[in-house]
Design a protein around this ligand. Structure first.
Ligand code: SF4
Length: 258
């Protein structure tokens, strides 16, 4: 274990972890968008900036990419850090005027309005802040790579290749799950899952043989079975709830006999 000082108070930390992980563990509030515990550090949104006041490299840096070392001293509320954070939040408000999650985050850190756009809380505009979590989860975690950054500058966006229906997307919904801005729309309708945001890429859903509920896309099931060895074939046909009930009915009698 090593010792780091955050806002003049000492904390224990594990060698090699990132400062943002320590901040989160210790309940020290700091905003972030591109960080997610399932993904590698990215340092893109810049919101998790802290000031390093003691240690090898003093200055302002992103805590999600700052590896803690023994004796590191950081301040999360230094005046310059707070100033940069507020300007960034104003920019995100302007970039994603339709995202309630971003409005809430900005409000939490003292920003109600943006100087960079006519900010209207009722606006239903763009919700994406280009943090890239969806791109990275699709690539890094699933190994699918159905979406990526497209275009440049003010036209930057995240999309499927050629802005069309994706043949790669498996409809797992991980992208929507990790999106901090609520920018990805998915509609389940009957036996279909429609990835609205990904140009209405449509996937067939599988029906549970026991409950008759539609529970996952056929492509997701194939993907899982292609990665995991020795999964019983019959589990392909049943929802998570039915799987749990099956396991409970297999194991509970043994325990109840004890
Ligand atoms: S739903 Fe499609 S785009 Fe989203 S993470 Fe899964 S495979 Fe990638």
């Amino acid at each position: 274990m090593i010792t780091v000082t955050i806002n003049n108070k000492k904390y224990e930390a594990n060698e090699g972890e990132y400062a943002l992980q320590v901040l989160k563990r210790e309940g020290i509030e700091i905003p972030y968008l591109c960080y997610h515990e399932a993904l590698s550090p990215y340092g893109a949104c810049r919101l998790c900036m802290v000031e390093v006041t003691g240690g090898a490299r003093p200055g302002i840096t992103t805590s999600c990419t700052l590896v803690v070392t023994d004796g590191l001293e950081i301040q999360t509320e230094a005046p310059e850090v707070v100033r940069i954070r507020k300007v960034l939040l104003e920019m995100y408000l302007a970039e994603a005027p339709g995202s309630e999650a971003i409005q809430e985050l900005a409000r939490k850190f003292g920003v109600e309005r943006s100087r960079f756009a006519d900010f209207d809380i009722e606006a239903k505009g763009d919700r994406c802040v280009l943090c890239g979590r969806c791109v990275r989860v699709c690539n890094e975690v699933l190994g699918v790579g159905a979406i990526n950054y497209a275009s440049r500058g003010t036209k930057s966006n995240i999309n499927t290749p050629w802005y069309g229906v994706s043949s790669a997307c498996i409809g797992c919904t991980a992208c929507a799950y990790v999106c901090p801005a609520g920018a990805i729309d998915i509609i389940d309708s009957g036996d279909e899952r429609i990835m609205e945001t990904w140009n209405r890429t449509t996937l067939k859903l599988k029906e549970c043989v026991e409950t008759k509920e539609f529970f996952a896309t056929e492509k997701v099931i194939d993907h899982v079975y292609s990665k995991a060895l020795d999964l019983p074939e019959d589990l392909k046909e049943v929802s998570a709830g039915s799987r749990m009930r099956r396991r409970a009915s297999e194991f509970l009698p043994k325990y109840l006999r004890k």
